[in-house]
Design a protein around this ligand. Structure first.
Ligand code: ADP
Ligand code: MN
Length: 177
């Protein structure tokens, strides 16, 4: 298969992690600092109806992965995107030059998700997801390991450090790398 990442002038970054780990906070700051385009997949799914209805049990939309990938294909080919989503196994591997998995201490995450008003089952599902490092495993299974990086996201200082590390990485990225 033809390696397509070489055509991009700017890199694509995926920022993933359990809900509440700080993906949107981090991506917003990173987009500002690096001048890349922030794509919040959850918002896009709602806006463009890229779902198959509401799952009452899981209390979220049933995302239509094919529709999402079709919607994003052109932009991803162009490059210069930061994709923000709590899943990573259904995007084409060739889209991403770097996959960031945010991680948060359980008690800190519990407080963030309670403040968000999550019900008991949604809370425990997400805390369990974080304890078992589900997103890190999913990222490692879906992308070459040298493109996957785990970053701690407990405090605002962590966000600043992660954003500055990633901004430097973007600045030094070249199409052939
Ligand atoms: P996600 O997009 O992963 O669900 P958000 O970025 O929406 O997470 O963050 C959830 C909440 O936690 C927000 O209120 C945000 O301000 C806070 N938050 C996220 N990351 C951090 C962090 N590293 N330090 C302190 N607060 C954070
Ligand atoms: Mn978010």
């Amino acid at each position: 298969m033809v390696e397509e990442s070489g055509r991009r002038k700017r890199p694509n970054i995926l920022v993933t992690g359990t809900p509440g780990t700080g993906k949107t906070t981090t991506c917003t700051a990173l987009a500002e600092a690096s001048q890349l385009r922030h794509i919040n997949v959850g918002d896009l799914v709602k806006e463009k109806n890229l779902h198959d209805g509401w799952d009452d049990e899981l209390d979220c939309y049933v995302i239509n992965e094919d529709l999402v990938c079709d919607e994003l294909e052109d932009q991803m080919e162009e490059g210069g995107n930061i994709v923000d989503y709590h899943g990573c196994d259904f995007f084409p591997e060739r889209w991403f030059d770097c996959v960031v998995v945010l991680q948060t201490d359980n008690t800190v995450l519990y407080d963030r998700l309670s403040r968000r008003g999550y019900n008991e089952s949604k809370l425990s599902n997400n805390i369990e997801c974080e304890i078992f490092q589900v997103l890190l495993e999913e990222a490692k299974e879906s992308y070459p390991e040298d493109r996957v990086v785990a970053m701690k996201s407990d405090t605002i200082e962590d966000v600043s450090r992660n954003v500055s590390t990633l901004t430097d990485w973007v600045r030094n990225w070249h199409p052939t790398s």
